[in-house]
Design a protein around this ligand. Structure first.
Ligand code: PEP
Ligand code: MN
Length: 277
């Protein structure tokens, strides 16, 4: 480890997403469904996670699924009701941009672009995102070295957009009992070696809803700046990733536990922004 580039928490750059400052002492919780499935599902989830303390929403509009025959997302048909839900709740949205052609389309819908694990190596997409003025959530490729992930972020920052948040979402290892293996080393390492905020996606890391809260708490203890977690009002009916989605009740319980862990560490949960939309 090069000591010359050692960073401390105090030097973490703050990334502002719809009034929510990520990277300071407070712990940011982003929550919502894997896929946005319709107005009712999205609104119920958004209101539910907000009432438990989430400060940003997540939700896929275009999905990169392993199988071409499974649900691929609602696409642009969903934009108008998504805007309404964001306006009603006052919460900003994080959603994946799966193709550079979607950057412009999504510009007035999302508050932070997400680059998914499968696209971390898509340097053409990263370069285009470097020209935008919106924050970027850069997920780690499921087979990427930490160093490759950090270097991928430079494709965005070198273009002039330094509003980048790193997201550890589990890597593929020899283990098959869980969906991926959460690499908390990566969180500690990236926090030390870069000035970017680092968050954890415990949902895709473990892939089993019962285990998601344990990993979320571990992420807080390991010094992550926040989590992005999948929540669905009825996981059994979810069109994608239902097996790893927390119910609204499970999410509420997790938030209470997170609050206690963070208090023990002299940190706390990020409070909702002023209604800024
Ligand atoms: C997602 O966030 O829904 C997703 C597809 O994540 P990842 O790119 O980490 O697999
Ligand atoms: Mn998902």
């Amino acid at each position: 480890m090069k000591t010359s580039s050692k960073k401390t928490r105090a030097s973490t750059q703050i990334v502002n997403v719809n009034g929510v400052e990520i990277g300071g002492d407070k712990f940011t919780v982003i929550a919502g469904p894997c896929s946005i499935e319709g107005p009712e599902q999205f609104q119920t989830t958004a209101e539910g996670v907000k009432s438990s303390g989430a400060v940003l929403l997540r939700g896929g509009i275009w999905k990169l699924r392993t199988s071409a025959t499974t649900f691929q997302g609602l696409g642009s048909d969903s934009f108008s009701f998504i805007r309404e839900v964001c306006k009603k709740t006052g919460l900003g949205l994080v959603s994946e941009v799966t193709d550079a052609r979607q950057i412009e389309e999504l510009h007035d819908v999302v508050h932070m672009y997400q680059v998914g694990s499968r696209n971390m190596h898509n340097y053409a997409l990263l370069k285009e995102l470097g020209k935008t003025n919106k924050p970027i959530l850069l997920k780690r490729g499921f087979a990427a070295l930490i160093d490759e992930w950090i270097k991928a972020a430079e494709y965005i920052t070198n273009g002039g957009n330094n509003q980048v948040i790193l997201c550890e979402r589990g890597i593929r290892t020899f283990e098959t009992a869980t969906r991926n293996t959460l690499d908390l080393n990566a969180v500690a390492y990236a926090k030390r070696m870069t000035s970017l905020p680092v968050i954890v996606d415990p949902s895709h890391a473990v892939g089993i809803s019962e285990l998601v809260p344990d990993l979320a708490l571990a992420a807080a203890a390991a010094g992550a700046d926040g989590i992005i977690v999948e929540v669905h009002p009825n996981p059994a009916e979810a069109l994608s990733d239902g097996q790893q989605a927390l119910t609204l009740q499970e999410f509420s319980l997790l938030m209470k536990k997170l609050d206690r862990v963070l208090n023990a560490l002299d940190r706390g949960l990020q409070r909702p922004p002023e209604m800024s939309l």
